[in-house]
Design a protein around this ligand. Structure first.
Ligand SMILES: *Cc1c(COP(=O)(O)O)cnc(C)c1O
Length: 435
């Protein structure tokens, strides 16, 4: 298993994160436990800021990992924040995140969510459809506001990633396609809305992308479109938002470009294309989620039942599963793992790590090499910082795990473990149900 961030192996052969052994964390806070390496999260934010430079903007995509403490980390590191619902917006505002640095996304914002964004004074609405354009224009008029907007477009790019996380192709629920003329129609309509200030254009081509070429291609397609728009209308985007999507290392064979390589590719393509087209260079905005939060998170589980089916499979059951990490079940995502309490022991077994949900598909990892596991061992699954907690659920009425932030030997709870009482908090039994 690859050691990331502050992970190290101590002299006793145990895994440490942020200067604390996994078994100490498990003992103190229980399992399953989401552990976030504060130093690595901040380092990833800083690398993005430095690589893209002061003229451009880095927007942390909150859907990867969001709670009030994480908002504060992103805020302190000088990032903007992408929210995609009223709930994410509420979380950001609760954390005191400056509203002018918030980008409000979403392909079907409700009137209530739009009003919430207008009232908060979010910095940008990223408008996804002509319907939303009209709705936002009307609600802005009613509120006496003139929000700044970007239009989300689909540039028609097929990024090589799982089809569930591909978003740049024409057949997508997100954005206005350039190829069909709807993008140009959207720009014209936005320019005609006196209540809206059209500042720029947005696209997001997908997630967990290892190849830099689709990012360069997105920049070229978007700028070519912008040049056409300028010729047709005289308007040119001040801001070009190219979304997120940089992949991370999960398992051996994954070879993502570095943040600095992404920045060089994107900024280089923008510079070159603007020169070729003879258009001004817009501010470049990127929206990384996974590549900031993903590597910073590790989930700790306690091993329970170990079930060997001779000649077939060795199952190791952990005390979490698809409830805290849906990604393997949702899109065959792969992970590494280690026995954190004896990480230097020789791997002698090939095991399948299964969760505790009533679903045969509740398998976290197929065929991982581990020392022969025993009940009570602590299993660490790294790279779970993104799209784990934010996609977690209560199937089988399992309470959601706690999340702790670790740094220099200290651990602080940033999301409490759900209690059994939490699980029934919103349940109601109507009067007379039993009669
Ligand atoms: C999901 C998403 C992102 C972040 O994607 P990552 O792959 O996590 O970097 C950025 N922008 C938009 C609009 C998104 O939907």
């Amino acid at each position: 298993m690859l050691l990331r961030g502050t992970m190290q192996v101590n002299p006793a052969g145990e895994l440490e994160i942020g200067g604390i052994t996994a078994s100490t964390l498990a003992g103190k806070f229980g399992t399953p436990l989401y552990v976030i390496d504060e130093a690595l999260f901040r380092e990833n934010c800083r690398r993005y800021r430095e690589a893209f430079g002061p003229d451009n903007r880095v927007v942390y995509a909150g859907k990867a990992l969001l709670c009030t403490a994480v908002c504060r980390l992103a805020e302190e590191e000088g990032l903007c924040l992408d929210v995609a619902s009223g709930g994410e917006l509420y979380t950001a505002l609760k954390a005191g995140f400056p509203p002018e640095r918030i980008y409000f996304h979403g392909n079907n914002k409700s009137p209530e969510e739009i009003r919430q964004g207008l009232e908060a004074g979010v910095g940008r609405f990223v408008v996804d459809s002509l319907y939303e354009l009209d709705l936002l224009s009307r609600l802005a008029g009613e509120a006496g506001k003139r929000p700044v907007i970007l239009l989300r477009l689909t540039p028609g790019i097929e990024a090589h990633t799982h089809e569930y996380v591909r978003t740049g192709q024409i057949d997508s629920k997100f954005g206005l396609p350039i190829a069909t003329g709807q993008a140009l129609a959207g720009v014209r309509r936005a320019l005609a809305c006196p209540n809206l200030k059209l500042l720029g254009l947005h696209c997001h081509i997908g997630s967990q992308i290892f190849d830099l070429e689709p990012f360069r291609e997105a920049a070229r397609v978007m700028l070519s479109f912008a040049a056409e728009v300028q010729a047709a209308t005289g308007w040119f985007p001040e801001e070009l938002n190219l979304g997120g999507g940089l992949g991370i290392y999960y398992v051996s064979g994954d070879d993502p470009p570095a943040i600095e390589e992404l920045a060089a590719a994107v900024l280089g393509a923008v510079r070159q294309t603007c020169a070729e087209l003879g258009v001004p260079q817009p501010r470049v905005v990127v929206e990384p989620g996974r590549s900031i939060a993903g590597p910073a998170g590790t989930t700790l589980y306690t091993v329970g039942a170990v079930k060997e089916i001779p000649g077939v499979r060795l199952y190791v059951m952990v005390d979490g599963g698809m409830n805290d990490n849906i990604r393997p079940a949702l899109y065959q995502a792969r992970y590494e793992a280690a026995l954190a309490n004896r990480i230097t022991d020789e791997p002698t077994a090939t095991v399948t790590v299964a969760g505790k949900c009533c679903e045969s598909g509740d398998v976290l990892i197929q065929n991982v090499r581990l020392p022969y596991p025993a009940p009570g061992d602590i299993l660490a699954v790294p790279a779970t910082g993104a799209y784990n907690y934010t996609m977690s659920m209560n199937y089988n009425r399992l309470p959601r795990p706690a999340m702790v932030l670790v740094k220099e030997g200290r651990a602080e709870v940033i999301v409490s473990r759900e209690s059994l009482e939490d699980l029934v908090r919103n349940d109601r039994v109507p009067d007379g149900l039993w009669k």
